[in-house]
Design a protein around this ligand. Structure first.
Ligand code: ATP
Ligand code: MG
Length: 650
């Protein structure tokens, strides 16, 4: 047998296919498959066409300047993102359309038309200026999912002050690290936010973080909960409502250079220390505008809901910038999906007549575990398109979503991308693509992906390797903030001039891409390189299993042995018989070499605050090591419990 090198073996078979219906095709924003060829022939012309649909103060001179690893898009162009997300919709009937529909966890709600948004963004932009914020100054935003969050982002974009949004679930220490890295002058927060019936102490976290953050001059505070009025610090803290009270209702948008920084955002930290990703203006807007329009098939009358938190890139690109650039109605929800009951999402869909839903596999697996009775309580027939992002979706979870949420007639777009890519890079186009559960299908037109082995050779159909992107794309990261060496080393050193994603993938005979998990997580059993994703999907395929995470544990003979951590459905109790059944299930689905040596039951799996499984911590548990960096972990108790249960002493 040939020694496997960079290839990841491909074991799982999935034969179910879902071609687009005639009805969907006939109304889709894009339904002609020739677009792939066309874009491939001249990607720059392809992107320029979308750029033409936006409003530029000055048109670009060159579409692309590529000096690897540095790309510049639409150079010489002058544009403002806030203008494109708001002002350009004001001259038509869209001015009275709902731009933002917001619901708070306690049930309060607000609707902002495009005109409302314009006024509020201008007022706050003027407020920021009055605090001394100038073009180029960084502003940290640490807010719950309330309307002030997108308003603050758009206000920053309007005056050319890059924002750095820190997810509201992060601790004081994480805020401090990010504020110091970005050297922000201002931090915008709220007294608190509602989550699962309680209050998240945002202001308190900010106060604590400021001990070690000398760059911060002012703290702007939104009054959301009203429980911390006595904690305002004289001279430093300003109420949002006081700040905007007397501001003019208009604010000229700053003409930004295409390559000026729009924002800075730290990655989820699934694999290690978060990286400060730099996104710029013109290309980012073109990329998010185009992908939103085609992948979500957005129409004037759609009500679009992406359930991500704006603290993650998904919220930046696909709650705020992409949808608003398209003039869409975007929905925002503040709280948790199980408050007051486990049907909250479905109640929201029915209440607002949501037509497009974009959520994460981790959420879908949770809904599966809770059972079908919750979606069944509500009329979900307004839905016409579903999407997922964040992790590979197990085929069983895909089919469950398609059936139970989509009623068997909504295409599911599984979208692969990263904080770094800024925009979706691999995804179906719902009017063209035949869907396969578990596959993100094809690179977006204009994107050239390739799967390489260690030596940099393309691997053939069916073989797994490293997912790379061969050509620059408009919304790509431009750098790591303040750390160009790490930028070059991390993304561009493995294959010079080619973007290294650090994800494993394979392409099947039909040209569909299957994401196999992170290359750091690939398991090595007796010289076979096995994808975590495939073993996990085989486990989730068993009806008793809700969620699974697999890792490789050091093994004297085999190198590594597979260990599966499994969360069972709500009504199933873990027994030795089930362990035996699950091991056998994996063997039947994908073969003997993938048989897990051990299966552990877990009430919950350790996840990042963005909901991704942190396999490296499970490896630490299984190998009896001290836990690595846990700052991005959502709930430390989860991994502590597993350690107690399964950790080997010494
Ligand atoms: P860090 O880079 O700091 O470790 P992270 O990679 O989790 O954190 P993100 O940029 O939020 O930070 O996540 C991007 C990653 O999420 C991708 O590299 C991939 O591993 C995974 N991912 C996202 N969407 C999909 C998808 N549709 N299918 C498979 N994997 C996905
Ligand atoms: Mg990453």
């Amino acid at each position: 047998m040939v020694e496997s090198t960079g290839n990841i073996e491909s074991l799982l078979q999935e034969d179910r296919v879902f071609p687009p219906t005639e009805q969907f095709k006939s109304q889709a924003n894009i339904s002609d498959p020739k677009i792939y060829e066309e874009a491939l022939k001249d990607p720059e012309a392809f992107w320029a066409k979308f750029a033409e649909e936006l409003d530029w103060f000055k048109k670009w001179d060159k579409v692309l300047e590529w000096d690897p690893p540095y790309a510049k898009w639409f150079t010489g162009g002058k544009i403002n993102v806030s203008y494109n997300c708001i002002d350009r919709h004001l001259s038509s009937a869209r001015r009275n359309k709902a731009a933002l529909i917001w619901e708070g966890e306690p049930g309060d709600r607000q609707v902002y038309t495009y005109w409302d948004l314009y006024r509020e963004v201008c007022r706050f932009a003027n407020g920021l200026k009055s605090l001394g914020v100038e073009k180029g100054d960084r502003v940290t935003i640490y807010l719950p999912m309330i309307p002030e969050l997108p308003i603050a982002m758009l206000a920053c974009a309007r005056i050319g002050a890059p924002h750095s949004v820190v997810f509201g679930g992060f601790s004081a220490e994480s805020i401090r690290d990010r504020v110091n890295d970005s050297q922000s002058k201002i931090i915008i927060t709220a007294d608190g936010g509602y989550r699962r019936g309680g209050i998240i102490e945002l202001k308190q976290n900010v106060d604590e973080s400021l001990d070690g953050s000398p760059s911060i001059e002012k703290v702007v505070v939104v009054r959301r909960t009203g429980h911390a009025d006595d904690r305002m610090v004289e001279g430093r803290d300003v109420w949002w409502h006081d700040l905007v009270a007397d501001q003019p209702l208009t604010c000229e948008p700053e003409p930004m250079d295409s390559e000026d920084m729009l924002y800075l955002l730290y990655t989820s930290g699934t694999t290690g220390k978060p990286k400060g990703i730099v996104h710029t203006t013109g290309g980012y807007l073109v990329g998010t505008y185009a992908t939103t329009k085609w992948i979500f098939d957005l129409k004037e009358e759609d009500v679009y809901w992406c359930t991500a938190d704006i603290g993650w890139v998904t919220g930046h690109s696909y709650i705020v910038y992409g949808p608003l650039a398209n003039g869409a109605t975007t929905v925002m929800y503040e709280g948790s999906p199980d408050y007051p009951d486990r049907d909250r999402f479905w109640a929201i869909i029915a209440k607002y007549g949501i037509t497009i839903l974009y959520t994460a596999p981790t959420a879908i697996r949770t809904f599966m575990r809770w059972g079908e009775e919750y979606p069944q309580r509500h009329n979900l027939s307004s839905l016409r398109l579903l999407g997922t992002v964040g992790e590979p979706i197990n085929p069983e979870a895909w089919v469950w979503y398609w059936q139970n949420i989509g009623g068997g007639n909504c295409p599911v777009v599984d979208t692969w991308w990263q904080t770094e890519t800024g925009m979706i890079l691999i995804s179906p186009l719902p009017g063209i693509t035949t869907l396969k559960p578990g596959s993100a299908t094809r690179p977006f037109p204009g994107i050239e992906a390739e799967i390489l082995d260690d030596a940099g050779n393309p691997v053939g159909p069916g073989a797994g390797g490293y997912l790379t992107i061969k050509k620059p794309w408009p919304a790509m990261l431009r750098n790591l903030y303040g750390d160009p060496d790490r930028y070059k080393e991390h993304y561009w050193s493995r294959y010079p001039g080619i973007y290294f994603t650090a994800d494993g993938a394979k392409v099947d005979e039909d040209g569909n891409y299957w994401l196999l998990g992170r290359v750091d997580d690939v398991i090595n059993v007796s010289a076979h390189r096995i994808s975590t994703m495939e073993v996990e999907s085989a486990l989730v395929d068993n009806p008793k299993v809700a969620e699974a995470a697999c890792i490789g544990k050091s093994h004297e003979i085999k190198g590594q042995a597979i260990v599966g951590f499994v969360t069972l459905k709500d009504n199933v109790v873990g027994t030795d018989e089930i362990i035996a059944e699950l091991k056998q299930h994996v063997v039947t689905k994908i073969g003997a070499m993938a048989r897990p040596d051990d299966i552990y039951f877990a009430a919950e799996l350790p996840k990042t605050r963005s909901g991704k499984i942190m396999r490296r911590l499970l490896r630490d548990v299984a190998e009896g090591r001290a836990l690595g960096d846990t700052t991005t972990l959502a709930d430390p108790a989860v991994v502590e419990a597993l350690k107690e249960q399964y950790g080997e002493e010494e």
